[in-house]
Design a protein around this ligand. Structure first.
Ligand code: PAF
Length: 291
């Protein structure tokens, strides 16, 4: 496995590489990242993992400061996973002196949900850095987790609008025992907060079960989810039922519907989601007992 610190080094390493898959990360790798790497490993001759804690997508300096970092462990994990190249640039390499370009996806995709809570500048940071990574690596496909459902939509919109020749592959959310969605931030949860955080996947599960049993009314589904969350002392920042491609709010689960929620637990911001489907496939979804 080779490590590139600059775009120049990366391009030299990739010269002549045919079919490249990219897994963009901010490090602090966990099983969720490894599942993306496995998907890429199965599909491409060359796998590149980028490790870059992107400062422009953090609204809050304290959150950026607290973001977990362990490059040595990340490099051990990527090596074991059979990654060919790790691209781990410095902030100065990604944002050189005088940097003045922003890639901005406008409208509800960036202004609602995470954009409303964190400010739409969050997605400016994501779109800009992902565009730079795609341009630097030139992959055939790039792999993203469905946990960040809104990020996926923003990246897809950006790729379509800029006409970038890359497939954006959505991979299922990886979950810990009990169903908590894997996130680099989970290491900051105390044991008791981790227990409380389980209310997040449980609330989604309660909603999905109600839909499978025929409930369609979003007001009722919201009340059921809130009951689970509030019983655990978890106050959601948002609990949204939206159309999965446009993020337009819906009042009724008449077709595939994204139920997305964000909540702070013990100072750690958690997000999770599930796609509700009123069709028979709703019965086939995974239950949290399986994790
Ligand atoms: O999902 C992430 O880890 C980040 O938002 C990403 C896509 C690597 C961009 O910094």
């Amino acid at each position: 496995m080779r490590i590139a610190r600059t775009v120049g080094e990366l391009r030299a390493m990739l010269a002549g590489a045919g079919d490249v898959g990219l897994v963009p990360t901010m490090g602090a790798l966990h099983e969720g990242h490894l599942s993306l790497i496995r998907r890429a490993r199965d599909a491409h001759g060359t796998v590149v993992v980028s490790i870059f804690v992107n400062p422009t997508q953090f609204g809050d300096a304290a959150d950026l400061e607290a973001y977990p970092r362990d490059e040595k462990r990340d490099l051990d994990l990527t090596r074991e996973a059979g990654v060919d190249i790790v691209f781990a640039p410095s902030a100065r390499e990604m944002y050189p002196e005088g940097f003045a370009t922003t890639v901005r996806v406008t409208g509800p995709l960036t202004e609602s949900l995470e954009g409303a809570g964190r400010g739409s500048a969050h997605f400016d940071g994501v779109a800009t850095v992902v565009a730079k990574l795609l341009i630097a690596v030139g992959p055939r496909a790039a792999y993203f987790g469905q946990k960040d459902a809104q990020q996926l939509l923003v990246v897809r919109r950006m790729v379509a609008d800029l006409g970038l020749a890359v497939d954006i592959v959505a991979c299922p959310t990886s979950r810990e025992r009990g169903g908590l969605a894997r996130s680099s931030r989970n290491v900051r949860l105390s044991p008791s907060d981790r227990e409380r955080a389980l209310a997040v996947p449980r609330a989604l599960e309660v909603v999905a079960t109600a839909v499978a049993q025929g409930e369609r009314d979003v007001a009722d589904l919201r009340a059921r989810a809130l009951e689970v969350l509030l019983a655990a002392g978890v106050e959601p920042e948002y609990l949204a039922f939206v159309e999965p491609d446009t993020l337009e709010p819906v009042r009724e689960v008449a077709g595939p519907t994204l139920c997305a929620l964000a909540a702070g637990v013990g100072g750690v911001r958690l997000i999770d989601n599930t796609v509700l489907s009123p069709g028979p496939q709703a019965e086939e979804r995974h239950t949290i007992e399986e994790y």
